[in-house]
Write a protein that binds this ligand. Structure first.
Ligand code: ADP
Ligand code: MG
Length: 394
């Protein structure tokens, strides 16, 4: 069918035409906003899950919800070696500029902008951000150079200004586990202060499943500070909705058998739903329906592309020693629980010691191919990676 009309959205962070199966998290987030607006305490949220399950698109959804309610929102995407202070400064600038235009008369907001200026001046030498309004830095606030203190200062002032204006401040951090360790502790520490002061400031983070333990290590109280949500593969009913709702709107229908087959083939993995849906649409001659034959042809083509791109690009970034490690993981994973395997077993299989393999394991973690869900265990960051490696038969 007409590729221009293709509604599916395969790709990292690509907004799906139907955000299926995330009602619970969206509802909880609505409660969070409502409670903070009403001056009541509420924990922030942490979304954890493998790559491609839809954490980033969910964060983006929460971001628009908060923006529509007039909240000041900063969306930070953490990455290896990226300092939080600079990322937060960049992320807050646009939102604060808009807020300062909307609430020209608020003294509290003006003070918060001065504190933001102090905070931003420490981000990079001469690196203050243009807010579109002239403000001087507030000396002695948010300028100690210690992120936790300065972020707390900043959020206290922003939170007080927001409370005055009947709104709130939302800090979203994607790939939170990638922040430098002291920065993670600083974010959790500042969130803790906001909670205690009952200011309308919420921190919502997303990351790989090891984020839970990363946070616990950074601050022991992190466990109680946030509500943890596991973002997982979709149930069959939600996976079906993700596929059929978008085409319904275009007057096209999936034949039930084709839909069931595609849901099953995707395993409910959101990225595959989009990748399969997209290819099936392109392959189906139409005009008004998608048949089981169309589904089979599209899935086969999509699988070929996934092996080339999605899995192949990951595999292609590895050295022979790293490949041996991954292949051993894949072979072990067959019998393992929850997709994780013990690094000791990987070592045994390769006839090496734990220590011999440490650097390969660390490099694979840095490359984002695997992660450590708990001490002494490793797992692939994307579903199906082990099966792909087994298919390669190396
Ligand atoms: N709830 C959902 N329903 C349908 N498709 C989704 C859903 N969540 C994510 N997707 C799709 O899955 C893919 C991966 O989403 P993304 O947010 O980048 O995942 P993550 O951040 O967890 O790696 C995208 O193509 C997106 O459109
Ligand atoms: Mg993401």
């Amino acid at each position: 069918m007409d590729p221009v009309q293709n509604p599916y959205a395969p790709g990292a962070g690509q907004r799906p035409p139907e955000l299926a199966g995330r009602d619970h998290e969206r509802t909880r987030f609505g409660v969070l906003l409502g409670r903070l607006e009403a001056g009541r305490p509420e924990r922030g949220m942490i979304l954890t899950g493998l790559r491609g399950v839809g954490k980033t698109v969910l964060l983006n959804e929460l971001r628009s919800t908060a923006e529509q309610r007039g909240w000041v929102v900063a969306f930070v995407e953490a990455g290896p070696g990226r300092k939080f202070r600079l990322l937060a400064t960049q992320a807050l600038t646009g939102s604060l500029r808009a807020a300062s235009l909307r609430h020209r008369t608020s003294d509290r907001l003006r003070k918060a902008l001065r504190v933001f200026k102090s905070f931003s001046l420490k981000a990079a030498a001469g690196g203050s951000m243009s807010l579109g309004v002239a403000v001087d830095p507030e000396a002695g606030r948010a300028d100690s150079g210690y992120l936790e203190l300065d972020l707390t200062d900043l959020l206290v002032d922003l939170g007080e200004a927001a409370a005055d204006l009947g709104t709130g401040v939302l800090l979203l951090v994607d790939e939170l586990q990638e922040l430098p360790k002291p920065d993670i502790a600083a974010v959790a520490g500042a969130a803790h202060q906001m909670n205690q002061l009952q200011l309308p400031v919420a921190v919502v983070g997303a990351g790989l499943p090891n984020l839970t333990s990363v946070l616990a290590k950074a601050k022991p109280y992190a466990e109680r500070l946030f509500a943890y949500h596991r973002i997982d593969i979709l149930e069959p009913a939600a996976a079906g909705e993700a596929l059929h709702r978008p085409v319904e709107a275009l007057g096209v229908a999936w034949q039930p058998e084709a839909l069931a087959h595609t849901v099953e083939a995707s395993g409910g993995y959101p990225y595959f739903l989009q990748a399969f849906g997209s290819k099936i649409w392109d392959y189906a001659p139409g005009p008004r329906r998608i048949t089981i034959d169309n589904a089979r042809a599209g899935i086969e083509a999509a699988r070929g592309e996934l092996d080339e791109g999605f899995y192949g690009s990951r595999w292609g970034r590895t050295t022979p020693a790293q490949r041996a490690y991954l292949a051993a993981m894949a072979a072990e994973a067959g019998t393992a629980n929850g997709g994780s395997v013990s690094s000791g077993q990987v070592a045994d299989r390769l006839g090496k010691t734990h220590r011999d393999l440490g650097q390969h394991r660390d490099q694979l973690i840095r490359k984002g191919l695997i992660f450590a869900p708990e001490r002494g265990r490793v797992a692939f960051t994307v579903p199906g990676m082990g099966a792909y490696i087994e298919r390669l038969d190396c």
